[in-house]
Design a protein around this ligand. Structure first.
Ligand code: SAM
Length: 268
Protein backbone atom coordinates (compact mmCIF):
# COMPACT_ATOMS: atom_id res chain seq x y z
CA UNK A 1 0.00 0.00 0.00
CA UNK A 2 1.35 3.43 -0.90
CA UNK A 3 1.83 5.83 2.02
CA UNK A 4 1.45 9.54 1.34
CA UNK A 5 3.31 12.51 2.84
CA UNK A 6 0.60 13.13 5.42
CA UNK A 7 0.73 9.56 6.75
CA UNK A 8 4.52 9.77 7.06
CA UNK A 9 4.23 13.16 8.77
CA UNK A 10 1.68 11.75 11.23
CA UNK A 11 4.16 8.95 11.98
CA UNK A 12 7.01 11.43 12.58
CA UNK A 13 4.82 13.55 14.88
CA UNK A 14 3.57 10.49 16.77
CA UNK A 15 7.09 9.10 17.27
CA UNK A 16 8.53 12.33 18.67
CA UNK A 17 5.42 13.37 20.64
CA UNK A 18 5.30 10.09 22.58
CA UNK A 19 8.90 10.64 23.62
CA UNK A 20 8.72 14.26 24.76
CA UNK A 21 9.66 13.14 28.31
CA UNK A 22 12.59 10.87 27.47
CA UNK A 23 14.15 12.57 24.40
CA UNK A 24 16.60 14.75 26.34
CA UNK A 25 18.18 11.84 28.24
CA UNK A 26 19.09 10.06 25.01
CA UNK A 27 19.83 12.84 22.54
CA UNK A 28 23.63 13.13 22.90
CA UNK A 29 24.30 13.12 19.15
CA UNK A 30 21.64 15.77 18.55
CA UNK A 31 23.39 17.96 21.12
CA UNK A 32 26.69 17.50 19.31
CA UNK A 33 24.95 18.46 16.06
CA UNK A 34 23.49 21.58 17.70
CA UNK A 35 26.83 22.76 19.10
CA UNK A 36 28.54 22.13 15.74
CA UNK A 37 25.83 24.04 13.93
CA UNK A 38 26.23 27.10 16.13
CA UNK A 39 30.00 26.99 15.69
CA UNK A 40 29.69 26.68 11.89
CA UNK A 41 27.15 29.49 11.58
CA UNK A 42 29.59 31.64 13.62
CA UNK A 43 28.76 35.35 13.55
CA UNK A 44 25.81 34.98 11.17
CA UNK A 45 23.13 34.18 13.74
CA UNK A 46 23.95 36.90 16.31
CA UNK A 47 23.61 39.46 13.49
CA UNK A 48 20.14 38.19 12.56
CA UNK A 49 17.19 40.28 13.73
CA UNK A 50 14.51 37.63 13.11
CA UNK A 51 15.23 33.91 13.34
CA UNK A 52 12.91 30.99 12.53
CA UNK A 53 13.65 27.57 13.98
CA UNK A 54 12.07 24.52 12.32
CA UNK A 55 11.58 21.45 14.55
CA UNK A 56 12.38 22.89 17.98
CA UNK A 57 11.53 19.61 19.78
CA UNK A 58 12.09 20.03 23.52
CA UNK A 59 14.00 23.29 22.96
CA UNK A 60 17.65 22.29 23.40
CA UNK A 61 18.84 24.13 20.27
CA UNK A 62 16.30 26.94 20.84
CA UNK A 63 17.98 27.65 24.16
CA UNK A 64 21.44 27.72 22.58
CA UNK A 65 20.24 30.17 19.90
CA UNK A 66 18.56 32.34 22.49
CA UNK A 67 21.76 32.47 24.55
CA UNK A 68 23.94 33.21 21.51
CA UNK A 69 21.63 35.76 19.86
CA UNK A 70 20.00 37.57 22.71
CA UNK A 71 18.79 40.53 20.70
CA UNK A 72 17.11 38.45 18.00
CA UNK A 73 13.40 37.85 17.81
CA UNK A 74 12.91 34.10 17.61
CA UNK A 75 10.02 32.06 16.21
CA UNK A 76 10.28 28.35 17.06
CA UNK A 77 7.93 25.69 15.72
CA UNK A 78 7.39 21.98 15.86
CA UNK A 79 4.88 19.54 14.42
CA UNK A 80 3.76 18.54 17.87
CA UNK A 81 2.07 20.49 20.68
CA UNK A 82 3.55 18.37 23.52
CA UNK A 83 7.07 19.15 22.33
CA UNK A 84 6.36 22.85 21.94
CA UNK A 85 4.99 22.84 25.52
CA UNK A 86 8.17 21.12 26.75
CA UNK A 87 10.33 23.67 24.91
CA UNK A 88 8.35 26.59 26.26
CA UNK A 89 8.75 25.18 29.78
CA UNK A 90 12.50 24.77 29.27
CA UNK A 91 13.05 28.36 28.18
CA UNK A 92 10.40 30.00 30.40
CA UNK A 93 7.88 32.59 29.35
CA UNK A 94 10.36 35.43 29.85
CA UNK A 95 12.45 34.13 26.92
CA UNK A 96 10.27 36.08 24.50
CA UNK A 97 10.15 33.27 21.92
CA UNK A 98 7.06 33.01 19.68
CA UNK A 99 6.07 29.32 19.75
CA UNK A 100 4.09 27.66 16.99
CA UNK A 101 2.65 24.19 16.49
CA UNK A 102 3.01 23.84 12.73
CA UNK A 103 4.40 21.78 9.91
CA UNK A 104 7.64 23.46 8.88
CA UNK A 105 7.02 22.32 5.31
CA UNK A 106 3.84 24.31 4.82
CA UNK A 107 5.01 27.81 5.74
CA UNK A 108 4.34 30.52 3.22
CA UNK A 109 4.29 33.78 5.18
CA UNK A 110 6.84 35.74 7.18
CA UNK A 111 10.26 37.24 6.65
CA UNK A 112 13.41 36.18 8.46
CA UNK A 113 17.14 36.92 8.52
CA UNK A 114 17.96 33.33 9.43
CA UNK A 115 16.21 29.97 9.30
CA UNK A 116 17.76 27.20 11.40
CA UNK A 117 17.03 23.55 12.10
CA UNK A 118 18.88 21.00 14.18
CA UNK A 119 18.42 17.26 13.57
CA UNK A 120 15.14 17.87 11.76
CA UNK A 121 15.66 18.13 7.99
CA UNK A 122 16.28 14.37 7.64
CA UNK A 123 12.55 14.05 8.32
CA UNK A 124 11.40 16.48 5.61
CA UNK A 125 9.09 14.72 3.17
CA UNK A 126 9.35 17.40 0.43
CA UNK A 127 12.87 18.83 0.84
CA UNK A 128 13.11 20.53 -2.58
CA UNK A 129 9.82 22.41 -2.18
CA UNK A 130 10.62 23.25 1.45
CA UNK A 131 14.04 24.72 0.61
CA UNK A 132 12.42 26.83 -2.12
CA UNK A 133 9.87 28.07 0.45
CA UNK A 134 12.66 28.92 2.94
CA UNK A 135 14.43 30.90 0.20
CA UNK A 136 11.26 32.96 -0.25
CA UNK A 137 10.87 33.48 3.52
CA UNK A 138 14.42 34.80 3.91
CA UNK A 139 15.38 38.43 3.48
CA UNK A 140 18.13 39.12 0.89
CA UNK A 141 21.46 37.98 2.35
CA UNK A 142 19.62 35.80 4.88
CA UNK A 143 21.09 32.55 6.20
CA UNK A 144 19.78 29.00 6.17
CA UNK A 145 21.76 26.85 8.64
CA UNK A 146 20.95 23.26 9.47
CA UNK A 147 22.42 20.06 10.82
CA UNK A 148 20.98 16.84 9.51
CA UNK A 149 21.73 13.11 9.39
CA UNK A 150 22.95 11.38 6.25
CA UNK A 151 22.35 7.87 4.91
CA UNK A 152 25.47 6.50 6.65
CA UNK A 153 23.54 6.80 9.91
CA UNK A 154 22.96 3.38 11.52
CA UNK A 155 25.04 1.73 8.81
CA UNK A 156 25.78 -1.22 11.14
CA UNK A 157 22.07 -1.76 11.70
CA UNK A 158 21.44 -1.71 7.94
CA UNK A 159 24.32 -4.17 7.37
CA UNK A 160 23.15 -6.54 10.13
CA UNK A 161 19.59 -6.42 8.81
CA UNK A 162 20.79 -7.31 5.33
CA UNK A 163 22.81 -10.22 6.75
CA UNK A 164 19.89 -11.46 8.83
CA UNK A 165 17.40 -11.23 5.95
CA UNK A 166 19.80 -13.11 3.65
CA UNK A 167 20.37 -15.83 6.27
CA UNK A 168 16.60 -16.31 6.60
CA UNK A 169 16.11 -15.98 2.82
CA UNK A 170 13.70 -13.10 3.28
CA UNK A 171 13.12 -10.48 0.64
CA UNK A 172 11.59 -7.04 1.20
CA UNK A 173 12.72 -6.86 4.84
CA UNK A 174 11.61 -3.76 6.84
CA UNK A 175 13.57 -0.69 5.80
CA UNK A 176 15.82 1.36 8.07
CA UNK A 177 14.48 4.92 7.79
CA UNK A 178 18.03 6.33 7.87
CA UNK A 179 18.90 4.62 4.57
CA UNK A 180 16.49 7.05 2.90
CA UNK A 181 18.12 10.16 4.41
CA UNK A 182 19.65 12.50 1.81
CA UNK A 183 23.43 12.76 1.45
CA UNK A 184 25.49 15.96 1.48
CA UNK A 185 25.77 16.16 -2.33
CA UNK A 186 22.01 15.93 -2.75
CA UNK A 187 21.44 18.64 -0.13
CA UNK A 188 23.98 20.85 -1.93
CA UNK A 189 22.17 20.30 -5.26
CA UNK A 190 18.77 21.03 -3.72
CA UNK A 191 20.08 24.20 -2.08
CA UNK A 192 21.53 25.42 -5.39
CA UNK A 193 18.29 24.58 -7.22
CA UNK A 194 16.34 26.61 -4.64
CA UNK A 195 18.64 29.61 -5.34
CA UNK A 196 20.97 29.42 -2.32
CA UNK A 197 24.72 30.01 -2.35
CA UNK A 198 26.54 27.41 -0.27
CA UNK A 199 28.68 29.03 2.42
CA UNK A 200 29.86 26.06 4.46
CA UNK A 201 29.49 22.31 4.42
CA UNK A 202 30.90 19.97 7.05
CA UNK A 203 30.52 16.26 7.66
CA UNK A 204 31.54 13.89 10.37
CA UNK A 205 30.92 10.26 11.15
CA UNK A 206 30.41 9.81 14.89
CA UNK A 207 30.37 6.32 16.35
CA UNK A 208 28.87 5.71 19.77
CA UNK A 209 28.74 2.46 21.75
CA UNK A 210 25.79 0.68 23.35
CA UNK A 211 25.98 -2.32 25.69
CA UNK A 212 23.58 -4.31 23.51
CA UNK A 213 21.40 -4.14 20.40
CA UNK A 214 18.27 -4.05 22.55
CA UNK A 215 19.53 -1.06 24.58
CA UNK A 216 20.20 0.71 21.29
CA UNK A 217 16.63 -0.02 20.09
CA UNK A 218 15.22 1.22 23.40
CA UNK A 219 17.25 4.43 23.13
CA UNK A 220 15.95 4.99 19.58
CA UNK A 221 12.40 4.58 20.81
CA UNK A 222 13.04 6.93 23.73
CA UNK A 223 14.21 9.58 21.23
CA UNK A 224 11.30 8.98 18.86
CA UNK A 225 13.82 8.44 16.06
CA UNK A 226 12.22 5.28 14.75
CA UNK A 227 10.74 4.59 11.33
CA UNK A 228 7.66 6.82 10.77
CA UNK A 229 6.19 3.97 8.69
CA UNK A 230 6.79 1.09 11.11
CA UNK A 231 7.00 -2.42 9.71
CA UNK A 232 7.87 -4.43 12.81
CA UNK A 233 10.50 -7.15 12.68
CA UNK A 234 9.20 -10.69 13.18
CA UNK A 235 10.68 -12.38 16.31
CA UNK A 236 12.76 -14.61 13.99
CA UNK A 237 14.19 -11.70 12.07
CA UNK A 238 14.83 -9.73 15.27
CA UNK A 239 16.77 -12.67 16.74
CA UNK A 240 18.84 -13.07 13.56
CA UNK A 241 19.42 -9.32 13.37
CA UNK A 242 20.71 -9.13 16.95
CA UNK A 243 23.01 -12.08 16.32
CA UNK A 244 24.36 -10.61 13.05
CA UNK A 245 24.89 -7.19 14.67
CA UNK A 246 26.83 -8.75 17.57
CA UNK A 247 28.90 -11.08 15.41
CA UNK A 248 29.72 -8.65 12.60
CA UNK A 249 30.25 -5.45 14.55
CA UNK A 250 30.33 -6.12 18.32
CA UNK A 251 33.55 -6.10 20.34
CA UNK A 252 34.49 -5.90 24.02
CA UNK A 253 30.92 -6.31 25.24
CA UNK A 254 29.44 -3.43 23.26
CA UNK A 255 28.06 -2.66 19.82
CA UNK A 256 28.93 0.41 17.71
CA UNK A 257 26.26 2.77 16.36
CA UNK A 258 27.35 5.27 13.70
CA UNK A 259 25.78 8.57 12.78
CA UNK A 260 26.65 10.55 9.64
CA UNK A 261 26.27 14.20 10.56
CA UNK A 262 25.95 16.85 7.84
CA UNK A 263 26.08 20.58 8.64
CA UNK A 264 25.19 23.19 6.03
CA UNK A 265 25.19 26.96 5.99
CA UNK A 266 23.77 28.65 2.88
CA UNK A 267 22.95 32.21 1.97
CA UNK A 268 20.17 33.82 -0.05
C1 SAM B 1 15.48 14.83 16.47
S1 SAM B 1 14.30 16.03 16.96
C2 SAM B 1 15.33 17.47 17.14
C3 SAM B 1 14.73 18.47 18.10
C4 SAM B 1 15.58 19.71 18.37
N1 SAM B 1 15.82 20.48 17.17
C5 SAM B 1 16.90 19.35 19.04
O1 SAM B 1 17.94 19.77 18.54
O2 SAM B 1 16.90 18.68 20.09
C6 SAM B 1 13.42 16.38 15.43
C7 SAM B 1 12.22 17.28 15.63
O3 SAM B 1 11.73 17.70 14.36
C8 SAM B 1 10.32 17.75 14.42
N2 SAM B 1 9.85 17.73 13.04
C9 SAM B 1 10.02 16.75 12.11
N3 SAM B 1 9.46 17.12 10.95
C10 SAM B 1 8.94 18.37 11.14
C11 SAM B 1 8.23 19.28 10.32
N4 SAM B 1 7.94 18.98 9.05
N5 SAM B 1 7.85 20.47 10.84
C12 SAM B 1 8.13 20.78 12.12
N6 SAM B 1 8.79 19.96 12.95
C13 SAM B 1 9.19 18.77 12.48
C14 SAM B 1 9.95 16.55 15.28
O4 SAM B 1 8.64 16.67 15.81
C15 SAM B 1 11.04 16.62 16.34
O5 SAM B 1 10.67 17.41 17.44
Amino acid sequence: MKTDHLDIKRGIRRNFARRAGSYDRQAGVQRLMAQGLLALAEGRLPRAGRILEIGCGTGYFTQLIKQGCNGASLVALDLDAALVTAARRRLGTAAGVAWLVADGETLSRGSFDAIVANATFQWLTRPAASLAAYFDLLNPGGTLAFATLGPGTFRELAGALEQAAAALQLSGQPAIAAQGFLDGETWAELLAAAGFRMVKLARECVTTAYPSVLTFFKALQAMGATNPEPRPFSPRLLKALIQAYREDYGADGSIPVSYEIIWMVAQK
